[in-house]
Structures are given as structure tokens and as C-alpha cells.
Design a protein around this ligand. Structure first.
Ligand SMILES: [Zn+2]
Length: 140
């Protein structure tokens, strides 16, 4: 690849970024349903990391929310499976996950799920990538 090709490629990229961002962040996020499995007295969310990646949240933060609400213990393994050391119904997990989305992901101004969570010590802020609004939330 010569210099000219690289230059053209960069121009192309710039054009892409100039024209895309606003459109991109207003698209609806497709969040898969929780893939829940009960193994003995334990409960697993098998696609936990995948879902956290889609909603742009650290799995550890999301896990902490679940464990705190359930007053349970648990862990995330290397393949992204979240195991709760307790038997929890799918209904309860889905309700909790919905609450997490409403509280820690959804923009309270425009309703978009395209947001990031900014943490500065004890100050947590949801920043919306669609409308730019920033709303403080209670740390988990
Ligand atoms: Zn917004």
C-alpha cells in the first residue's frame, strides 16, 4: 500500500465519522434476553459479558448491582459467565436487569440506551451519546 492509498483511506474514514455518529447512536440497541441456567443451587447468566458489552457497562459493575440486590455472592469467569451462588428465578433476574437498565443505562432525558457510565470516585454520571445529557446516579 502506497502513501496515497493510506491518505485516501484516512479521508474516507473521516468522512465516515463525520456523517455517521449522530445516526448511529439513535439506532435501537438490541439486547438479547438473559440466558439463564440453574445448576444445583447455583444460577448462571451465561451471556452476561456479551450483554454488558452491548450496553457498554463493565460486567463487574453490573454484577455488583445484582449481588447487592439479591444479597448473594457470585463471580464472573473468564468466558463471561456470571454465576450466582444461590438459586434465583428467571423472573427475578429479568426484573432486576430491567431495573439496572432503567437506572444505570437509560438516559433520563431522551430515553436512549446509548450511554456511558462515568465514574469519578463517589460521583457517578450517565452520559448520553445520543443527546449529550449527563445525569448523576447513585453509586452501586
Ligand atoms: Zn439522551
Amino acid at each position: 500500500m502506497g502513501d496515497k492509498d493510506i491518505f485516501d483511506y484516512n479521508v474516507l474514514l473521516e468522512r465516515l465519522y463525520e456523517s455517521l455518529p449522530k445516526k448511529r447512536v439513535t439506532e435501537t440497541i438490541e439486547i438479547p434476553t438473559l440466558n439463564i441456567a440453574h445448576i444445583g443451587l447455583q444460577t448462571q447468566i451465561r451471556n452476561f459479558k456479551e450483554i454488558c458489552d452491548i450496553i457498554r457497562r463493565e460486567p463487574r459493575i453490573c454484577m455488583r448491582f445484582f449481588l447487592k440486590e439479591l444479597a448473594a455472592r457470585g463471580t464472573i469467569d473468564d468466558s463471561g459467565i456470571f454465576t450466582i451462588y444461590s438459586r434465583v428465578s428467571a423472573q427475578t433476574l429479568n426484573a432486576l436487569f430491567r431495573r439496572f437498565l432503567m437506572t444505570y443505562v437509560r438516559c433520563s432525558t431522551c430515553g436512549s440506551l446509548h450511554t456511558v457510565l462515568i465514574r469519578q470516585g463517589k460521583v457517578w454520571v450517565i452520559k448520553c451519546l445520543a443527546c449529550g445529557a449527563e445525569s448523576p446516579v447513585k453509586p452501586i
